[in-house]
Design a binder for this molecule. Sequence first.
Ligand SMILES: *Cc1c(COP(=O)(O)O)cnc(C)c1O
Length: 447
Amino acid sequence: MQAAPQSADWVARSLKSVWHPCTQMQHHETVPLIPVSHGRGAWLVDHDGKRYLDAISSWWVNLFGHANPRINAALKDQLDKLEHAMLAGFTHEPVIRLSEQLSAMTGNVLGHAFYASDGASAVEIALKMSFHAWRNAGRNGKQEFVCLQGSYHGETIGALAVTDVALFKDAYGPLLRNARVVASPDARHALDGETAQDVARRAAADVEALFAERAGHIAAIIIEPLVQCATGMAMHDPLYLQLVRALCDQYQVHMIVDEIAVGCGRTGTFFACEQAAIWPDFLCLSKGISGGYLPLSLVLTRDAIYQAFYSADVTRGFLHSHSYTGNPLACRAALATLDIFRDDDVLNRNRLRADRLTAALAPLADDERVRHFRQRGMIWAFDAVEPDAARAATFSRRFFAAALEHELLLRPIGRTVYLMPPYILDDDDTDLLAARTRKVFDEVMGA
Ligand SMILES: *Cc1c(COP(=O)(O)O)cnc(C)c1O
């Protein structure tokens, strides 16, 4: 009998045949690659039996742990009924129930759900829908989009055009129809004596100046509400969203909120927008909506937008599709995810979990090599003070590798260390996560 392949074998084979995402492949000459054998709860286990606490929810998608028994059961049941059917000319129970439930969760303000498979596609859909809705209303001049400094909305060509992260964007500059960039409301931009609300007012004034000049050409502004995640967990005051909502109404510009990362309870409410008591014209969801199980994304929108496309004329319709639009398995995973939110009172219990982790991280927050320790809902972040440019450039990779040695999956963004754990950490895992994060930080800063 042949021995089962061990981690080293899988790594060698993967590096030969799999081109990994968001990776300079040559870095794998020094940075480890972890072949995952299985997952259980908050933990991933490799082929040598080593375990890793998934403290970033596998790129922010996993909410209730790996191999969650309730989501597994729902999927097994769905698998024997319907794995997939096209959503043009056909419909099915999981997509109907999911659309109804999400609509109800917005007080039926965002009562129409359009589906895709990944986050970037949801962003593309919102942009196209906004442009086309204005066009159908006879406002052909509204062809521009506005995004925030440091924004990230995905990496397809259209989504990249409203993304402001040089690392992802610069190489493709010639291909992009760039959006206009307005100031970020990032609370770290506060000047001496300024509050986060002051920063929000200043950033909103930047939006107003642009709208006053160009609103006739602008279709929509796209915002990741409360936390700009991919740029390094930049947090802002909810006031900013209220001010922009009012400006959008005043100047007739659509408001797109990208809740792909911050939705599904991540910031403490199910939708981040709820903390500003506003609703956008388009809301994009993905990542956590399927519990981290299957690719699923969607755009929720208002009846007025829907009506702008409703016509006897086929070309006034929204003729956009993806093959796996509204996949029944993915929708069923999403329904099971929403059931868990309800049955387990997740948002309230997360408050207790968050309090415990924040308390356990207090020594790190007070460390003099740490700046801007911040938290919202189930997101924690801080910036490492590393004056040496060469060490700063490799901080993230060195931290990732050191964390693995301490059974943690953590991938800092630049010098920003962040935790985005699934919503199932018990007290022991919480304390372990805080203590080991501290240890890894000490090692990486001291080495
Ligand atoms: C991840 C992400 C996207 C892109 O989603 P993909 O599924 O990776 O295409 C878009 N916007 C935000 C805010 C994200 O975090």
